[in-house]
Design a binder for this molecule. Structure first.
Ligand code: IMP
Ligand code: MG
Length: 175
């Protein structure tokens, strides 16, 4: 099967942005004496998190979570199911949630609710990509990479049917 692919955000643009985000994150947490933990939502955030954490000077932990959202038509509307929970405690720590992309914001807002019940010192959000026109829930994103139009994109962690995550750029596929 041949797939049409066009580059939307180049490898160089991504690398420059990740470095910039790292600097903002360094500045933000420089004064805090609390422990810092980066939480990635599997699997999309893995590539971004791997590059981002190497731009963060302050020692920190990496932890991961897998969640699945229930469809809006089901009884458990708006709930998320934790398929894989964090390995570590976040109580008293500065938590930075790292996402590949925020679309409706539903998944992330529920994840934040869950994390807040665990008593962290602070919670901030960092996403590489956001599609603001798709937002259904207002989220306060402290560290934002790129805003894009409502297009389906892949690469740099983002998948289509679990494929294309490995691409070093972000591209648009003609579906
Ligand atoms: P939402 O913000 O709860 O709607 O869900 C965001 C999730 O949808 C992301 O973590 C991705 O897994 C997925 N997603 C949204 N838009 C795209 C896209 O353009 N390409 C690949 N995955 C996407
Ligand atoms: Mg995701």
């Amino acid at each position: 099967m041949t797939v049409e692919m066009s580059v939307m955000i180049s490898t160089e643009e991504i690398q420059a942005k990740v470095k910039q985000l790292g600097e903002l994150i360094n500045a933000h947490y420089a004064q805090s004496e609390k422990e810092l933990v980066l939480i990635g939502l599997l699997r999309g955030s893995v590539i971004f998190m791997a590059d981002l954490c190497r731009c963060i000077a302050k020692p920190h932990e990496l932890d991961f979570m897998t969640v699945s959202s229930y469809g809006r038509s089901t009884v458990s509307s708006g709930e998320v199911k934790i398929l894989k929970d964090l390995d570590g405690e976040i109580r008293g720590k500065d938590v930075l949630v790292v996402e590949d992309i925020i679309d409706s914001g539903n998944t992330l807002s529920k994840v934040l609710e869950v994390l807040k019940t665990r008593g962290p010192n602070s919670i901030e959000l960092c996403t590489l990509v956001s599609k603001p026109s798709r937002r259904e829930i207002d989220l306060d994103v402290r560290f934002l990479g790129f805003e894009v139009e409502d297009r389906f994109i892949v690469g740099y962690g983002l998948d289509y049917d679990q494929k294309y995550r490995h691409l070093p750029f972000i591209g648009e596929i003609g579906l």
